[in-house]
Design a protein around this ligand. Structure first.
Ligand code: J2J
Length: 525
């Protein structure tokens, strides 16, 4: 596939020789006994045999539509049986899903379409105020497939009905790109992460091993399935690989998840810190039985050490901290780690082949135990973003280490503590976006001369978004509500909306003439 940076041959040979990379394909990952329950979502319950049948028909139906190995399609589906069927059918046929979040809106979907030359758009029925059909009509794709009432488009059910269960599809190669994941972003335009069959299979298999997933695992996918954490760390794919059961729900809200935990005897789930806090609080007064829960994985943003102690106590299960990234590297605290490591660190690398470097701003390694930027290289960490050569020249060192933009401290045990970041990204309770992206939208507002987006500390979200605006001469600064309306009109996902607007006359500058964002944030303290 064009725009994909492969691992250098000597690294590929090593990852194969060491047994990290095999020949298995992502679409063949489900590994449960035919009669066991693979998937529960809403009113749908599928055994492994039923899931496989639906995936085989859908894969053939997609080929009948004219989609081919290597084609890209945008998938924007909530946590549902449809997501699992579409995802597995696509990767089995070598068609590459570009995983958009349900929260994305027309602006983001259009950009992803343009970046990937997508041939298809997979969506669900209109949700709330989002006129997804109007968007679908305007996209330059050959196929729109709807999970639900399709109107003028094709339904997923039609695709499955048109497909034969006994046809033998063309199979991708293990080194092919299987899926494109969305990066949290640090620039004005979206960045996509190519994950190959062999690196992603390794990712989910090794994660399932570390987390002890097995046939008795009942995994609740409450974070968006399009997110790496819920998809493959070990997530949905890890649970299916080990023959467990996946329960899909499109929200982390206790009102919806707790009844499901009780009914399905859920054993494990993954959460971002704000959701974990919500669960801990709700657990104190719930009438639902959560005793089946054995493990809650928390990651995506910093979990405060005091919460790390209270969350597992309130839920009556073990905690695992996960410091991961869709780009690759995953760190987990381990089941046999002592409490001070589980509560006070974000885990250690998943793989013995993960290479970790902690460096100062000049790129030199810092003394052991000191804070520096985390660089990494390994068998499931990307070597380049998709179709982004200029950005890649900055995001990687010449010897292929990915510059994570995270500031960490490494303990003698190898565990990492996340201390901050260098990248200009907002992490609002685990939902990420580039400051530059929001600034770009704000600059398009007629009353805005300059914009700087900064994350401010927040006790629940970790961070909330403040947009500092320099109004144009003679215009009053726009109010927060007006800015949100403006962003909605531009098709921007709501999680990128600022929580607060501050009008200023000018921006303070750093010594090298950049906007001093620390200085701006300090003004509010
Ligand atoms: C502090 N910051 C964290 C943590 C991620 C598992 C878990 C998370 C993600 C994820 C993921 C953090 N403490 N525990 O893909 O498989 C911040 C860092 C990191 C960025 C990556 C997974 N866990 N972060 O969050 O691609 O800044 O992946 O570089 O969405 O989130 O974001 P993302």
């Amino acid at each position: 596939m064009d725009g994909f940076t492969p691992w250098p041959p000597e690294f590929a040979a090593r990852y194969e020789a060491e047994g990290h990379w095999g020949r298995d394909l992502l679409g063949d990952v489900p590994g449960g006994a035919p009669g066991r329950t693979a998937l529960v979502a809403g009113d749908t319950r599928l055994t492994y045999a039923e899931l496989d049948l639906r995936v085989r028909r859908a894969a053939d139906g997609l080929t009948a539509l004219g989609l081919r190995r290597g084609d890209r399609v945008i998938v924007q589906l909530p946590n549902s049986a449809g997501f699992a069927v579409v995802f597995l059918a696509l990767v089995r046929s070598g068609i590459v899903p570009v995983l958009a979040l349900p929260a994305h809106r027309a602006g983001e979907i259009r950009e992803l379409c343009a970046l990937t030359d997508a041939r298809g758009y997979f969506m669900s029925e209109t949700d709330g105020d989002f006129d997804v059909r109007r968007l679908a009509r305007s996209l330059p794709v050959d196929h729109v497939v709807v999970d639900g009432d399709a109107g003028e488009f094709t339904t997923l059910a039609d695709v499955e009905a048109a497909g034969r269960a006994d046809s033998v599809p063309e199979r991708p190669e293990p080194g092919d790109v299987a899926v494109l994941l969305l990066s949290g972003g640090t620039t004005g335009s979206p960045k996509l992460i190519p994950r190959t069959h062999r690196d992603y299979v390794y990712n989910l298999r090794a994660s399932a091993e570390v987390c002890g997933f097995g046939r008795d695992t009942v995994y609740l996918a409450a974070l968006p399935a399009a997110h790496n954490f819920a998809l493959a760390c070990p997530g949905i794919l890890g649970a299916l690989h080990r023959g467990g059961t996946v329960v899909m729900v499109p929200t982390t809200s206790p009102a919806e998840t707790f009844p499901l935990i009780e009914r399905e005897r859920v054993t494990v789930s993954a959460l971002v810190p704000p959701a974990a806090l919500l669960w801990a609080r709700a657990a104190a007064r719930t009438r639902h039985d959560l005793a089946s829960l054995r493990l809650v994985q928390v990651g995506g943003a910093r979990l405060a050490p005091e919460h790390a102690a209270t969350v597992p106590r309130a839920l009556g299960c073990a905690l695992q901290q996960v410091f991961g990234m869709a780009e690759g590297l995953l760190n987990f605290t381990r089941p046999d780690d002592p409490p001070h490591l589980v509560e006070g660190t974000q885990g250690r690398p998943l793989s013995p082949a993960d290479e970790i470097c902690v460096v100062d701003p000049g790129g030199a390694p810092v003394p052991p135990g000191e804070v520096g930027e985390l660089l990494t290289r390994g068998p499931y960490t990307l070597r380049g973003y998709y179709r982004a050569p200029e950005h890649n020249a900055r995001a990687f060192t010449p010897d292929g280490f990915f510059r994570t933009g995270d500031l960490v401290r490494r303990l003698p045990s190898g565990h990492l503590v996340v201390e901050g970041r260098t990248k200009e990204q907002i992490n609002r309770g685990g939902e990420k976006f580039a400051a530059a992206e929001l600034e770009g939208h704000l600059l398009a507002h007629p009353a805005v001369r300059d914009a700087a987006v900064v994350g401010l500390p927040d006790p629940v979200l970790g961070e909330r978004t403040c947009a500092f605006l320099v109004p144009r001469d003679g215009t009053p600064p726009p109010a927060l509500a007006a800015i949100k309306e403006f962003l909605r009109g531009r098709g921007v996902a709501a999680f990128k909306f600022p929580d607060r607007i501050e009008a200023v006359g000018s921006f303070p500058l750093t010594g090298v003439g950049k906007v001093d964002k620390n200085g701006l944030a300090a003004r509010l303290r």
